[in-house]
Ligand binder design. Sequence first.
Ligand SMILES: NC(=O)C1=CN([C@@H]2O[C@H](COP(=O)(O)OP(=O)(O)OC[C@H]3O[C@@H](n4cnc5c(N)ncnc54)[C@H](O)[C@@H]3O)[C@@H](O)[C@H]2O)C=CC1
Ligand SMILES: O=C(O)[C@@H]1CCC=N1
Length: 275
Amino acid sequence: MIQAKLGFIGAGNMNRAIIDGLLSAGVNPQHIAVSNRSEQKLGYFADRGLTTSTSNTEVAALADVLILGVKPAQLLDVAQELKATCAATKPLVISVAAGVLTEQIAEVLGADTPIVRAMPNTPSTIGEGAAGLFANSLVNDGQRELAKTIIQACGIAVWVEQESLIDAVIAVAGSAPAYFFYILETMVDEAEKLGLNPKDAKALAVQTCLGAARLVQSTETDLATLRNNVTSPGGTTQAALASFKASGLDETLRAGMQAAVARAQEMAAEAARGR
Ligand SMILES: NC(=O)C1=CN([C@@H]2O[C@H](COP(=O)(O)OP(=O)(O)OC[C@H]3O[C@@H](n4cnc5c(N)ncnc54)[C@H](O)[C@@H]3O)[C@@H](O)[C@H]2O)C=CC1
Ligand SMILES: O=C(O)[C@@H]1CCC=N1
């Protein structure tokens, strides 16, 4: 189990999902401290026995591992605020921010700072997260292991060896829960229009999503074969899939993922300009 002291900067959706995941995995709440600019979001964590503070430096001073979970536009300013504390305590820094490069963070915190970029997603909150990790060259083997252990406590994690691939992880995992929620919203809405009551419509759509994902995980059978197993020639599924294809669903999904990558690249430029 993780013995390092973890300091979370920012008590928003993503850091909360990671902390929930860690607590469910049995990490000692006394090993976790969290700061937020406003007091309001800290009560949830104080109630669970975590150390909380509105002072980022107070939390950073306690941390062997510092998890930066503020919005990208705030990240480099927060790093500046933490610079002196980090120079003294030399934590492993993990940033979960989309679009802010390790080099940009190191420019603020110092070129000798070990930095991991993690790109997790909110299902981390129930231990079902999917994350990508990238380490700069200052991160040693023990720190790589520790970073992976922290993120894996909330789901699966894979290393990428080029930082640009974190943007691909954003497209397929970080942002992707929202795609599935969006698809489910539409499916539930249409099922209601077709006459099912809202409760049954949601239960059927969500269980189908879960069942399909679990089926994929439980077998070596490839995705196309699993799809074909549902698709009787001349049947209903074929009609639905033909309609999806005719309206360009493949291209729509690809374009959405490319838009996420393009936005991540813009955000790095914005973070640089914002300083
Ligand atoms: N929400 C998601 O699904 C994912 C988010 N991320 C990344 O996580 C980071 C946080 O995103 P969310 O949690 O969605 O945002 P959020 O807005 O829910 O959380 C950010 C938190 O930081 C606090 N904050 C702002 N300025 C601060 C400061 N100077 N000092 C201390 N706290 C401050 C805010 O009060 C807020 O509670 C972003 O960089 C985002 O790119 C990464 C993967 C997935
Ligand atoms: O939308 C965003 O920018 C963040 C990064 C991945 C998920 N949420």
